[in-house]
Every structure is written in structure tokens, then in C-alpha cells.
Design a protein around this ligand. Structure first.
Ligand code: GLN
Length: 454
């Protein structure tokens, strides 16, 4: 199986470019080790020997971690992320590291310093972002499983536009140890797959308490696998979020959304309309909170400790080397967000921007609490449109940010959320995703609904 996927990678990578790093020898060795264990009659987990692609923002020893940035070029992390370690312990076969927008900032993978990933459905279109590589690898059959990370939609939006399954677990449900931080209060690693059950099996492997992550939740992992096998939604109360199901969506997206609502209703779910009045402020609040946290997290890339160092020829002092390295090492979107973030956090503006955004965040959490008091899950389209063309939005950051309209509220509140494929849009034949949102630690409900739709 590993060999077949490596052959597939070799065949399609020149046109898809889902990977930044592939290590075939290592993958075949890992696969052989599984065969040997099986031969000795040793116990193996349900995903032993299954190949997987890892987003290049999670550390793994023996391979570079770049985060899609020049500034980390040449950095080999000295330790494994907890997610990586759990995959290795469960005998999955890691094929390589996948492409992403630089430091996971973006919705199209066009912000990668190493060139964009192409959507396997139409190579002229974006695969979503930031985890476009992890989603494209699945859609192009280069890997049956992958890992993404979701700060504002980077698992769900790529899943939506590539017709795959992507799950953002409850914040604290999967460990962030060894995940290079974008915005620490929002980031969450999660499973990506082509089927709901595959995603659940992977979720089971990576989730659970980690004492190395201070925000990790010490509670049992919800039974996502049973939920994915069941798909029974009879009697479930499913809320349609008024603010996320109005106008402005591409026609095919709206059509498939309404059909999904009908399907769930015909399967016995009770459909309720709910209002979350503060969701309209989620996007502006996110684009203050995220740059604020990112500007602080990225301060450690100072040319001294990691990767790239520019101008170290004895003529510049340490501060100038730092400046020259950050100037050369960070791309335009990263610089934009560092500037916005440091501004929003600066004395005199802190209350007006960062403080205000945090208050909005609380209101959004309260909207969710009120909505979940009447429902078991909430649904909306995952993204406003199907995959757009490469280059279409690169010069318009605001248009790019609009992609995250539906996905951001769940990150701000920290609840569980997923995107499931619900068919193709008639106007362009491209995949459409349905977003399902569940209360914290009720991740199993996502899989129940996903399995019903499959
Ligand atoms: N599009 C979002 C952003 O650019 C996605 C971030 C993410 O989830 N990593 O911030």
C-alpha cells in the first residue's frame, strides 16, 4: 500500500504539488516494520500500515519543518509533535510533509514560499488553505489520510473545496505540542480523510489528553468511531444558523445546502432555525485576535535560533541580522499580519482593537451556548463558493479573508466543527461542503451527521 501511494505521488506531484517533502525510503521501512510485527503476531492498531501525509507545521524528527516559509528553511526539529508521536506509535506510515500557506496564513495555499498546490479537481483552481496540501493529497489519491491544523478554517475550507472530510476537534481535544503556533488560542490539529469513518479512526489515534500542552483537556475522547459507524440522526435537533445561511453564496453551494437539510430531515432529524446575532462580527474580531497572537508567536524567528540567517558576515550587528533575516524570510501576508498584530496590541490601541475583539469573542461563545441549548448540532455551508481560480484573489486580502466567514466562529468559541462533502455544484462541477458544528467535547455528533450524509 505504501509503495502504491509513493508511485501515485511520483506520477501526480509534478502537477498537484501537495507535498513539500516526501521520504519514500523511510515510508517503505515503516511499512516493512509493520509487516514484520504482523509476522511475529504482535498486536497492531486499526490503522497500522496506513499511509498518511502530515501538514508541514507539525514537527517530525528526521525531516525538515518549514511551515511553508523561507525563514525555517533548513530547520530540522529535534523532537516529534505529540500528534506525530501518536501516529508513529500507532504504526501509521508517514509519507511526507504537505504544503500550506506560510505559517498557515491563507485560504488558497498560494502564500506558500514554495509555490502553490493545485486542486486535483481542476488544476487551475486553488485547493483551499491553509492546509491545501493535506486536502489535495487526499483528493489526488496520494494518501488515504492526512493531518491538518485549523485556526480559522484551514482543515474545513480545504476539505470543502476538494470534496474531502476535514474535522476540527474541540479546542484542547488534540495536542498542540510540537505544532508551530499561529494563534495559540485558536489552533487545533485534526484528521482529514476521504470518508467519515476513516476520519474518525484517525481522530481516535491522535486525540486525548497531553500533559505537555497546558490547554489540553483531561477528559475521555468522545466515541467518534461508533458515531461514524452509526450515522443515525433520528430525533437529533439540527439548527440552521440564520446568519450563515442567507444570501451571498454561490448558487450551487446554496442548492446543495438546502438538499442536505432536506436529506437530514427525511432521515428523522428535527430542523430548527436558530439565530446567532454576533456571528457577523466574527470575521473582523478574528482578524484582530489572530494577527495579535501571530505577531507574538513569530517573534521567536529571530535568525538566532531557527533556520535562515541573512547578512551574518561580520559587518552587521545582531539586530541588523535579525531585521535582514525577517525581511528576507517572511512573505508579504506574514508581514501584513505582524504589522496589524503589533499595532492592535500596542499601548493606546490595545483596548480599542484587541480588547474589543476579545469581548466580541465572548459574545460569539454565548451565541453558541444559546443555540446549543435548543439544538444538538448546527449546520451551514462550509464556504461561500466552490474552489476559485489560482491568482483570482491574491491581490485582494479582504476577498481572501471572506472565505472564512462560516468557519471562524467555531475557532473563536473552541467548539468542534467539521466539513463533509455533499456533492458537486451544478454550475461548475466542483465539490461543495457542509459544515457541522457541535458543542465542546461532543465531537462524536459531527461524525454521526457526516455518516448520515455520506
Ligand atoms: N484562512 C485563515 C487565515 O488565513 C485560516 C487560518 C488557519 O486556519 N490556519 O487565517
Amino acid at each position: 500500500i505504501a509503495r502504491a501511494h509513493l508511485e501515485r505521488i511520483e506520477a501526480v506531484e509534478p502537477s498537484v504539488h501537495a507535498f513539500l517533502h516526501v521520504d519514500g525510503a523511510r515510508a517503505l521501512e515503516a511499512a516493512a516494520a509493520v509487516d514484520a510485527k504482523r509476522g511475529r503476531g504482535e498486536a497492531l492498531g486499526p490503522l497500522a500500515g496506513v499511509p498518511l501525509a502530515l501538514k508541514d507545521v507539525l514537527t517530525m524528527t528526521g525531516a525538515p519543518t518549514t511551515c511553508g516559509s523561507r525563514i525555517l528553511q533548513g530547520w530540522h526539529p529535534p523532537y516529534n509533535a505529540t500528534v506525530t508521536q501518536r501516529l508513529l506509535d500507532a504504526d501509521l506510515v508517514i509519507l511526507g510533509k504537505t504544503n500550506l500557506d506560510e505559517f498557515a496564513m491563507g485560504s488558497s495555499t498560494e502564500n506558500s514560499a514554495y509555490g502553490p498546490t493545485h486542486n486535483p479537481w481542476d488544476l487551475d483552481r486553488i485547493p483551499g488553505g491553509s492546509g491545501g496540501g493535506s486536502a489535495a493529497a487526499l483528493a489526488a489519491f496520494e494518501a488515504p489520510l492526512s493531518i491538518g491544523t485549523d485556526t480559522g478554517g484551514s482543515i474545513r475550507q480545504p476539505a470543502s473545496v476538494t470534496g474531502t472530510v476535514g474535522v476540527k476537534p474541540t479546542y484542547g481535544g488534540t495536542s498542540r505540542y510540537g505544532l508551530v503556533a499561529l494563534a495559540s488560542s485558536l489552533d487545533q490539529p485534526g484528521p482529514c480523510a476521504r470518508t467519515v469513518l476513516d476520519a474518525a479512526l484517525l481522530h481516535q489515534v491522535i486525540a486525548g489528553h497531553d500533559p505537555r500542552d497546558s490547554t489540553s483537556i483531561d477528559a475521555p475522547v468522545p466515541d467518534v468511531v461508533s458515531a461514524a459507524r452509526s450515522g443515525d440522526v433520528a430525533g437529533m435537533r439540527i439548527g440552521v444558523v440564520k446568519e450563515l445561511s442567507g444570501e451571498g453564496y454561490a448558487p450551487g453551494v446554496e442548492q446543495r445546502f438546502h438538499e442536505s437539510v432536506q436529506l437530514l430531515s427525511s432521515l428523522g432529524a428535527e430542523i430548527v432555525e436558530v439565530s446567532c446575532p454576533h456571528f457577523v462580527y466574527a470575521l473582523p474580531a478574528y482578524y484582530l485576535i489572530l494577527p495579535s497572537e501571530a505577531s507574538s508567536n513569530l517573534a521567536k524567528f529571530d535568525a538566532m535560533r531557527f533556520g535562515l540567517r541573512v547578512g551574518d558576515d561580520g559587518r552587521l550587528d545582531a539586530e541588523q541580522v535579525m531585521g535582514a533575516t525577517r525581511q528576507a524570510g517572511f512573505g508579504p501576508e506574514v508581514k501584513r499580519r505582524i504589522i496589524i498584530g503589533t499595532y492592535a496590541l500596542s499601548s493606546g490601541y490595545y483596548d480599542a482593537y484587541y480588547g474589543q475583539a476579545q469581548k466580541v469573542r465572548t459574545l460569539i461563545s454565548r451565541d453558541f451556548e444559546a443555540a446549543f441549548a435548543q439544538t444538538d448540532v448546527l449546520i451551514s455551508p462550509s464556504t461561500p463558493t466552490t474552489a476559485f481560480r489560482l491568482g483570482e484573489k491574491v491581490d485582494d486580502p479582504l476577498a481572501m479573508y471572506m472565505n472564512d466567514l462560516c468557519t471562524i466562529p467555531s475557532n473563536l468559541a473552541g467548539n468542534a466543527s467539521a466539513s463533509f462533502p455533499v456533492g458537486l455544484a451544478p454550475q461548475d462541477g466542483l465539490p461543495v461542503g457542509l459544515q457541522v458544528m457541535a458543542p465542546p467535547l461532543a465531537d462524536d455528533r459531527l461524525y454521526r451527521v457526516g455518516a448520515a450524509l455520506e
